[in-house]
Design a binder for this molecule. Sequence first.
Ligand SMILES: [Zn+2]
Length: 455
Amino acid sequence: MNAPALDQPTLRDRIAEGAKLGRYVLRNVRLNGAVTRTGAIDAVGFFLADVTVEHGRISATTPARSRSSETSSGDAISIDGGGRVVLPAFVDCHTHLDKGHILPRTSATNGTFEGALAATRADRTANWSSRDVTMRMEFALRSALHYGTAAIRTHIDSQPPQDDISWPVFMELRQQWLGRIDLQASCLFPIDMARDDANLNQIARRVASAGGTLGAVAYPTPDIDHLLDRMFQAASKHGLDLDFHADETADPKADALRRIGEAKLRASFTGKVLVGHCCSLAMQEASAVDATLDKVATAGIAVVSLPTCNLYLQDRRKDGTTPRWRGVTLLHEMKQRGIRVALASDNTRDPFHSYGDLDMLDTFRLGTRILHLDHPTGDWIRAVTTTPAEIMGLDAKGSIAEGQPADFILFEGRNWSEVLSRAESNRIVIRDGAPLATSLPAYADLDALEGLSVD
Ligand SMILES: [Zn+2]
């Protein structure tokens, strides 16, 4: 007779015990075929498996031998996972750690894109000292780690003189967080700034010396094609990948995504290109959509949708009426064409999005509802794990595979409905084979910063 399944705290303790001994088998867990690399199993969807962890690495994933409770197995501790879902640690490829958590200082914000730009610019000018950016970024990283994220790309507002402050902070934190969260950064500035040689070269040099990615906000200007060509030239010259914000608007005339595809083909650019948002695509005629998606597929560009932020900002109406569209881009159509698509967190508690805590389960849960990533859920989990890892060039992240570090998340749920219905606050995050013993940072930790205390 089967023993009752272990509760989460007991399970966590048992895994910690196994990690201390250097070897354990986590038996009877549900892996997902879309994010598991193994020679032993060829399956789509979930399958019951035993995962052997040795000295922080996954040494084997094999079909579950039986569904009975804990037994001893040779010299390894054997732990019954009770059929729970195990997914790889998350990869978040589009965030704004430098903007996060400034909301209390931007009370004039009104939930519109234009309002957010103005409020953020004012706060940046007044408050973004090295200490301010550091403390807010650390706060965000602690949350992300706690929820199970193992790699993050952040955009960094890089208009002078902010670049002199924020990039050194990023580099310091990347070093401090090595082994916990792999950090990447992309510069962010209005693409107008690329018109000036000195400006563009200065930022490209800074990004190159920091091992970052060249990024800009692309929006309709009369010389947009010329500016895009300059971005691709600068990226080629300095050996950089590219990461654009594009078409974050309901205006169907916004067509930067197609133009970025054309610019990449003109430049014969061989680096990686990621484009975020692309909201206006959903408002365009079918023929225009087809032309753009064909171009993006041919150019080999990846797209990241930011569903929570786009839902928040798009179609916000000044007359108090109810929003009528969801704000997200055409992710299904892109995926059907073979375009790499990801989901990411974007902004957290700033004028572009009043909420959020860098929990990629929350992003996937809301993304599933907003974008209908279900019936079937299929391999959409790749959009928050394997695909962003590929986009970021992190081969050892975003999947479960023999030989890789044992970085995964053990949920309470045993299928998608259970995993995506609750907050999963008791999820067990395993890093290098051992359960994390972190807690979320207290909001009060930010009270020491100018204007952030809540009275
Ligand atoms: Zn963004």
